[in-house]
Write a new protein. Structure first.
Length: 156
């Protein structure tokens, strides 16, 4: 009735047939759990180190990009039209923002996925440009990189 089920993370209360574990069996299970925990912590540490290295690389590239530094300087100007936009959805092919109660969906033109760059539910401050009958929004993502979006369609 209480047999051993090899599901990850599941350890039964008894050794089977209603018999409680003896000390040796408990120590074996504790050792297994500790090994598994050590593996997970090691993997997490490796991911954290890689993530930090990638962020440093991204920052170096961002500082060397004339477009990124120009957007940083432009954003500081008081005359720039700034709007709050809320990310509604971020997928591999498009991102949807809500601006003044209207939803604007921007499709990816040539690069990247928006998952991980914009967080659904988060509010971002964007620079807006309404020239020539087009809507352009320049929005800094979660990685501190500016992206400029051209209006593609409005959803009510």
């Amino acid at each position: 009735m209480y047999g051993w089920y090899p599901q990850e993370g599941y350890y039964p209360i008894s050794a089977g047939e209603g018999r409680p574990y003896n000390d040796y069996e408990l120590l074996r299970h504790i050792a297994r759990l500790e090994r598994r925990l050590a593996e997970v912590q090691e993997a997490l540490s490796a991911c954290t180190k890689k993530n930090e290295a990638l962020k440093k690389d991204l920052e170096v590239v961002r500082q060397q990009s004339p477009m990124q530094t120009q957007n940083d300087q432009t954003y500081q100007q008081a005359s720039v039209d700034k709007v709050n936009v809320k990310c509604i959805a971020a997928t591999g092919t498009s991102v949807t923002f809500e601006i003044s109660g209207r939803r604007l969906t921007f499709d990816s033109d040539y690069y990247g996925k928006y998952v991980g760059e914009y967080t659904p539910g988060k509010v971002y401050v964007a620079m807006a440009d309404y020239g020539a009958g087009q809507i352009y929004l320049t929005i800094k993502d979660d990685n501190e990189i500016w992206h400029t979006f051209r209006y593609s369609r409005i959803q009510s």
